[in-house]
Design a protein around this ligand. Structure first.
Ligand code: CTP
Ligand code: MG
Length: 226
C-alpha cells in the first residue's frame, strides 16, 4: 500500500487576518484552526503520516495539539520558513519515505474529509499532480496599471484552486528542488512540464484569510452542529 504523507503549512503570520498571532493558532469555536484542519485530514482515513510546519516558538504548543487529535497516526512537528514554499520544503525533509504527498494549508481548516480522500484517490490512480478546484462565479476582468479594464476573461476556462494538493512524492520533490516563487505547489510542478489534473473541490475548503472568512467559518460550524 502506498505511504501517504500530508504536509500542513501552518507557519504563516496571518497578517491579513490581523489577530496578532499566527493564523493556525487563532480560535474558531473554542479550538484552533490547526485542530480543525487536522480533524479533517485524519477523518479522511487516507493518510499514513502528517507533518505540521509551524513557527519556532509554537512547536511545543503544536505538539500538545497533535497529541490531542492524532489517534494512531504519526504526526511530526517541524519549524517553517519565511515564505510558504520554505515551509513546504521543511515539511518535505520530514516526509522522506512517502510515496504520495499532500500539501494542505492549515488555513483551509474546514475542508471536508471527502475532498482529502478524492485527491489521494486521484494520485493513487496515476495522476502525478492533483488540485481540487471550483468554478469561478464572478465575471473576471483584466485591468491595466490605472485600473482601467482591458478585457473580460472567459471564466468558463478558469478555476479557483484549493488544497489539499496531491502529488507523486518524487514529482513534488523535483518541483521544490527547482523552485523559485509560486503561490501554490502545483504551480511549481507545472513548470516541470508535468500535467496537473483537477478534481472537484468544496465550498467549505475556502481559505481563512481575512476577518470576513472567520465570520463565514463560524457560520459553517454552526450549520454543521445546529
Ligand atoms: N504558511 C507557512 N509558512 C509561511 C507562510 C504561510 O506555513 N512562511 C502557511 C500559512 O500558515 C497558511 C498557508 O501557508 O496555512 C497559506 O498562507 P496564507 O493564507 O498566506 O497565510 P499567512 O501567510 O499566515 O497569512 P498572511 O499572508 O495574511 O500573513
Ligand atoms: Mg501569506
Amino acid at each position: 500500500m502506498a505511504s501517504v504523507a500530508a504536509l500542513v503549512p501552518a507557519a504563516g503570520m496571518g497578517l491579513r487576518l490581523g489577530e496578532n498571532l499566527p493564523k493556525a493558532f487563532v480560535d474558531l469555536g473554542g479550538r484552533t484552526l490547526l485542530d480543525w484542519a487536522l480533524d479533517g485530514l485524519l477523518a479522511s482515513g487516507a493518510l499514513s503520516h502528517v507533518v505540521v510546519v509551524v513557527p519556532d516558538r509554537l512547536v511545543d504548543r503544536t505538539r500538545d495539539i497533535c497529541a490531542r487529535v492524532s489517534g494512531d497516526l504519526p504526526i511530526d512537528v517541524v519549524v517553517g520558513g519565511a515564505e510558504r514554499a520554505d515551509s513546504v520544503r521543511a515539511g518535505l525533509r520530514a516526509a522522506a519515505r512517502a510515496d504520495v504527498i499532500l500539501v494542505h494549508d492549515a488555513a483551509r481548516c474546514l475542508t471536508p474529509p471527502e475532498t482529502v480522500a478524492r485527491v489521494v484517490d486521484a494520485v493513487i490512480a496515476g495522476s502525478p499532480a492533483v488540485v481540487p478546484v471550483l468554478p469561478v462565479v464572478d465575471t473576471m476582468k483584466s485591468v491595466d496599471a490605472d485600473g482601467v479594464v482591458t478585457g473580460t476573461v472567459d471564466r468558463a476556462s478558469l478555476r479557483s484552486v484549493q488544497t489539499p494538493q496531491g502529488f507523486d512524492a518524487d514529482v513534488l520533490r523535483r518541483a521544490h528542488a527547482a523552485a523559485d516563487h509560486a503561490t501554490d505547489d502545483a504551480g511549481l510542478v507545472e513548470r516541470l512540464g508535468v500535467p496537473v489534473t483537477t478534481v472537484a473541490g468544496h465550498p467549505e475548503a475556502f481559505k481563512i484569510t481575512t476577518p470576513m472568512d472567520l465570520v463565514l467559518a463560524r457560520a459553517v460550524l454552526a450549520a454543521r452542529h445546529p
